[in-house]
Design a protein around this ligand. Structure first.
Ligand code: AGP
Length: 601
């Protein structure tokens, strides 16, 4: 989704500071960008903007005037095509007010029609532009006394914000009051506290080089951010809000690539260490959550994309380990079940970003019904983090590659601990995660990687791939297929092994590429039977297993880790997807059409 970064302070290189901030948000995915600055020293000046389609790359903003107040935006187009004029920031008719925006103004058409009738001229196709003209209109009718000149601007922004339907985060600046005025309802927005300078961003990772003191704006909160002060209040009531200062525990290094060419490779390599950390965490939290689950009427694990695959995998972990029937669902397909779920149920909401709109919508409705929410989420302070009744942090650090890797395996590790805690044997869960960490280490730092690289070279031009698994290896097959398709753009499909004969087998002809996931568990013999069926029809079978077999044309060894073998199996899949993408000349961190956090429906 879109990225937001704003600066107000004493440094008159504000445009460059903002552009650097936007570069830290590139991983979120975007198709255009822009920076606006209030030129210093010229009271009657206009706001100057540079905005373009495409990636920031080596672009500079040196041609913009110096100034100590600037903001910028990376746009992922929703309303209006990918053009320079549709990029943010957008200006009002007088060019003395500018806006940047995340979200969708659902009543933008009626607002635009009203404003045009009042004489406003629109230049873009975006919903966003109505915001700045609305503020301009309100300012015309706000008669501030000279000493009150500043509150007039924030008052006008508040009135405009309250007219907007939909889930939005907005920031506006103007040429007369040295401040940024922000408001949020749905899309995330974070205030950064500096020393004589202050910041706004859509993601805390962009603030790390400047400050670790942040306040996450809640829904319907507004902020007036000046170089020496930050005022927060409720947009609906005007009531002042005491800043809830939080300290970011991430380091700047965490949020950078370091020696790796891509964030995704760095984040894959972090997995063995993260798993070891999770295994050594105090088991008390897993035990407490296990009790909460046992005391709930029905429990549903939900998520989107990779987090949905983790939710599905959880059902196998809970049944196989804790003999517990866990329900699951894809977030965007869950609404029809909500009215039937009793108030004494629980939702386990899984999310890396904690900002996935499909998930937040379900969670909000469930909360309104009094259903308990347990969030297993990576971003501290995210919307999901703050909405939940119970929270288990994934603790994987910033995950910037659009393809989720370490967050997935860390979720699985935490879910495995909870399942073992429900069995009353969390120590065994910790031991299993250590085995999985070792198995992951062997996959990532051994000859297996060379085999995977060679496999990627051989497969780079295939058009279709099928991934087969049974039991908990079925969600692994789905996750493997998702990784391959979302970054290498090869069509890949995850199939339950037992379903092959019910249709998909018709797709298999000579040379069809089939990955078979065959861990040393109760599914092994059935899955190997499927492998033989595929081979009998000419498929090229790639085995991920603890031992080789004549059914395999290619074999990637995966050391057995019991119920935790899902983890090294998924890591093989991540590596294969990554090297396929590199072989095909694409960017694994920023795949086309996708964003790191899908904050719109
Ligand atoms: C995973 O690789 C994808 N980027 C995507 O499916 C992602 O998992 C999904 O959008 C959910 O994101 P979340 O975990 O931040 O909620």
């Amino acid at each position: 989704m879109c990225g937001i970064f704003g600066y107000v302070g004493k440094n008159n290189s504000a445009p460059t500071i903002v552009l650097d901030g936007l570069k830290r948000l590139e991983y979120r995915g975007y198709d255009s960008w822009g920076v606006a600055v209030v030129p210093e020293g010229k009271k009657e000046s206009v706001i100057v903007v540079k905005k373009k389609t495409g990636k920031i790359g080596d672009a500079s903003v040196s041609e913009l005037p110096k100034g100590t107040l600037a903001f910028g935006h990376t746009r992922w187009a929703t309303h209006g095509g990918v053009t320079d004029i549709n990029a943010h920031p957008h200006l009002d008719c007088t060019k003395t007010i500018a806006v940047i925006h995340n979200g969708i103004v659902e009543n933008h058409e009626e607002l635009r029609a009203t404003l045009i009738k009042k004489g406003h001229t629109f230049v873009s196709e975006t919903d966003t532009e109505v915001i700045v003209h609305l503020v301009e209109e309100y300012l015309k009718h706000t008669k501030p006394a000279p000493r009150d000149a500043e509150p007039a601007f924030s008052k006008a922004v508040q009135q405009a914000f309250n007219d907007l339907d939909g889930l939005n985060a907005i920031i506006l600046i103007n040429t007369t009051s040295h401040e940024m005025v922000a408001a949020r309802n749905g899309s995330p927005l974070v205030v950064g506290f500096g020393d004589g300078e202050n910041f706004l961003a859509s993601d805390p990772a962009a603030l790390l080089p400047h400050t670790k003191q942040v306040h996450y704006l809640e829904d319907d909160e507004m902020a007036i951010v000046r170089d020496g002060s930050i005022h927060i209040f409720n947009a609906r009531t005007g009531e002042r809000v005491r800043p809830r200062k939080q300290l970011l525990t991430w380091s700047e290094k965490d949020a950078e690539k370091g020696k790796f060419p891509y964030f995704m490779l760095k984040e894959m390599h972090e997995q063995p260490g993260l798993l070891s950390e999770i295994a050594s965490e105090s088991p008390e939290q897993a035990k407490a959550l296990a009790r909460e689950i046992r005391e709930s009427d029905r429990v549903y694990a939900i998520g989107a994309g990779t987090s949905g695959n983790a939710a599905r995998a959880a059902t196998y972990l809970f049944s196989d380990i804790a003999n517990y029937l866990l329900n699951w669902g894809i977030a965007s397909e869950f609404n029809h079940r909500l009215p039937i779920i009793s108030e004494s149920s629980m939702l386990i909401a899984l999310s890396q970003s904690g900002e996935t709109m499909d998930l937040l919508e379900v969670v909000k409705k469930a909360k309104d019904r009094g259903i308990k929410i347990l969030s297993i989420v990576n971003v501290v302070g995210s919307s999901l983090w703050r909405m939940a009744d119970l929270t288990m942090p994934i603790g994987a650090g910033p995950e910037k590659g659009v393809a989720s890797t370490k967050a997935f395996t860390s979720k699985i590790a935490h879910l495995l601990l909870i399942a073992y805690a429900m069995k009353g044997d969390v120590a065994s869960g910790q031991k299993l995660i250590i085995r999985a960490a070792r198995s992951a280490q062997k996959v990532i730092n051994s000859s297996a990687v060379d085999q995977i690289k060679n496999l990627a070279k051989a497969l780079k031009d295939v058009r279709h791939m099928y991934v087969i698994g049974k039991g908990i290896s079925f969600p692994v097959a789905l996750e493997c297929a998702l990784k391959i398709k979302e970054i290498s753009y090869i069509h890949a499909e995850g199939i339950a092994a037992g379903e092959l004969k019910h249709g998909p087998l018709a797709l298999v002809t000579k040379g069809t590429q089939c990955i078979v996931i065959a861990p040393n568990d109760e599914t092994y013999h059935d899955v190997m039977g499927s492998a033989m069926e595929l081979k009998a029809r000419g498929a090229h079978v790639i085995g991920l297993s603890f031992k080789n077999d004549e059914a395999f044309d290619d074999f990637i060894p995966v050391m057995d880790a019991g119920e935790a073998t899902i983890i090294p199996n998924v890591i093989v899949a991540q590596l294969l997807a990554y090297y396929l993408t590199i072989e095909r000349g694409f960017d694994p961190d920023m795949p086309r059409n996708l964003a790191k956090s899908v904050t719109v429906k």
